[in-house]
Design a protein around this ligand. Structure first.
Ligand code: GLY
Length: 573
């Protein structure tokens, strides 16, 4: 078998995990956040939230594939081995850096609303948002983009040495022969049981008798293997037209949705110009709208560039960071949506001048959310989820984040396809001024509409130094993704932490509304008291993000697998 043969023939340097050393500053590790698993290797690195998928990526690199080939293979493999977020039935974003010609590319394979979508589709009879519609029914399902996105990436930016079928083959093998239930699948299935149980097609795969599969059981997905085989044999058209598309449309219809087979046939993954920023001499390359991630990340970094974070008392640095977060998330709510339908002032929101004007409003005391002045950026003449990061020996790099929205999406497997469907359309604003499942408030710009893409927080990011990849990062975590990426970057650039420590360090999060700062375990209680004294509302929270990242160092590629969830792996060779 491919997997076994390759595993034997490779010298996959899954070099001994270096448990990260306790850091001096800014925070000590918290027992609640295990240290990142870290690997250094000279030729290539894949960091993903599931180890079998990470190894497949390395095997593809070793066979002569480039970073995009490996990323595509990991993307298909995670649909099998990490079904809570890896997917064929969802969507996402891929940011690529090509060493040749120093090109940066963003592939948008976000789900679209069906053609019959309307701005009021998620309201009840009284005109109030109805989460049962936007999260728990077929209405929540967006037209899946993953198959189109991965196929586009492979065709246009793959090495050309490996066919799409070769990139999908390992995933087919795992789906057909089954994978052992362990790590995060074992941890996540109990929480998804009630949602999966609603659909016999899902229960048949994930539930055995009256309980979900458990650690040590085997997850076999024969329909999914056939779907993957059809894509391998006939390309993405086999997913978007014909039997599989009909089955997906039928499943959505049965669940009360409005997606048609024509919506699937009409789906297109698109390339968009990346969003760019500069932070202390580094180039930040990230995802533009319909993700809010790249724009909000750069807006926060621009604000923070005005402070010498590393030299400030810790509570002052964190206070400034929290205030920057409030501004970026307020602007996200007001200004951002699908750029094919509304004008997002990307250049203005990411300009240094706009950041200076916001910084001028930041004082020593917390600004209540209601007083956050949503700026007036002026356009000058003249952007439960999983992240994987890949780099190859030539310096091609990929940062990819994709999702079904909730863990296991809607929980509905389209019968006969093995494809778990998303509930992504809850990322639209059901009614102006109301919040989605992540508490993210939105307004008119992100209302549902025909073929529109819902605003996302996914932030696949590549940081360049002298034009070459320096950091590859991103995270799952809904609204917390953007601030997780911000803190990984700041930990490395401002606090000179090695990537494993930067990933493991406790994180905090503020998203403007609610007016609270959520803090993971591990912050110094005295610092938190000082933040409270400044007027910040501090709320302890469990870890929610998983920033699987790579740093390019003089010693080689250093992969850091975030161990906030079990089973993440950095694999190098
Ligand atoms: N569904 C989470 C996001 O795209 O931000």
């Amino acid at each position: 078998m491919f997997h076994a043969v390759r595993t034997l023939s490779l010298v996959i340097a899954l070099l001994a995990s270096t448990l990260a050393q306790a850091q001096v500053a800014p925070e000590q590790y918290a027992p609640a956040i295990p240290p990142a698993q870290s690997v250094t290797a000279p030729n290539g690195m894949v960091v993903a939230q599931e180890q079998r998928a990470a190894r497949i990526g390395i095997e593809l690199l070793d066979r002569g594939g480039n970073a995009v080939d490996a990323a595509v293979a990991v993307g298909f493999a995670l649909a099998v081995t990490y079904p809570r977020a890896g997917n064929l039935g969802g969507g996402g974003f891929m940011v690529i850096h090509l060493a040749k010609g120093h090109r940066d590319i963003a592939i948008d394979y976000r789900e679209t609303a069906p053609a019959a979508a309307t701005p009021t589709m998620f309201l009840d009879a009284q005109g109030n948002p109805d989460p049962a519609k936007s999260r728990d029914s077929g209405l929540a399902v967006g037209v899946p983009g993953t198959v189109a996105g991965l196929a586009l990436a492979a065709k246009k930016y793959g090495s050309g040495k490996l066919s799409l079928a070769e990139l999908i083959a390992p995933a087919i093998d795992l789906a057909r022969n089954g994978v052992r239930v362990e790590d995060d699948i074992a941890d996540s299935l109990p929480g998804a049981q009630a949602r999966l149980k609603r659909w016999p097609s899902s229960a048949a795969i994930f539930i055995n008798g009256d309980r979900v599969l458990q650690e040590g059981d085997r997850l076999i997905q024969l329909d999914l293997a056939d779907t993957l085989q059809a894509i391998a044999d006939n390309g993405p058209g086999a997913f978007y037209t014909g039997r599989i598309a009909d089955e997906i449309a039928e499943a959505v219809d049965q669940a009360g949705g409005i997606m048609t087979a024509k919506d699937l046939a009409d789906y297109k993954a698109v390339e968009r110009p990346v969003v760019r920023g500069k932070y202390r001499g580094y180039d930040i390359v990230s995802m533009p709208p319909p993700s809010s991630g790249g724009v909000a990340l750069i807006e926060m970094l621009n604000i923070l560039e005005g402070y010498h974070l590393g030299a400030l008392p810790r509570e002052a640095a964190l206070h400034d960071m929290i205030e920057a977060m409030k501004h970026a998330y307020a602007d996200r709510a007001v200004y951002m949506g699908d750029p094919d339908f509304i004008k997002v002032p990307v250049a203005a929101l990411t300009s240094k001048g706009y950041a200076s004007s916001l910084r001028a409003t930041i004082g020593a005391r917390a600004t209540p959310a209601t007083n956050i002045r949503v700026g007036k950026p002026v356009e000058s003449e003249g952007q439960n989820t999983t992240q994987f990061s890949v780099i190859d020996r030539d310096g091609n790099a990929v940062s990819n984040t994709y999702t079904l929205n909730f863990s296991y999406g809607l929980g509905l497997v389209a019968d006969g396809t093995g494809v778990l469907l998303n509930n992504e359309l809850d990322d639209f604003t059901a009614k102006p001024g109301t919040a989605n499942a992540y508490g993210l408030v939105g307004f008119n710009k992100n209302l549902p509409g025909p073929s529109k893409r819902p605003l996302s927080s996914m932030t696949p990011t590549i940081v360049l130094k002298d034009g070459k990849p320096f950091l590859i990062t991103g995270s799952p975590g809904g609204s917390r993704i953007i601030t997780a990426v911000l803190q990984v970057i700041s930990n490395v650039i401002d606090f000179h932490m090695p990537i494993d420590q930067a990933v493991s360090a406790p994180r905090l999060h503020n998203q403007w509304e609610p007016d609270k700062t959520f803090v993971e375990p591990g912050f110094d209680p005295k610092v938190l008291e000082a933040l409270t004294a400044r007027g910040q509302t501090i709320v302890p929270t469990a870890p929610h993000t998983d920033a699987n990242s790579i740093e390019v160092t003089p010693d080689g590629y250093v992969g850091a697998a975030d161990r906030r969830t079990r089973g993440s792996m950095a694999a190098g060779y």
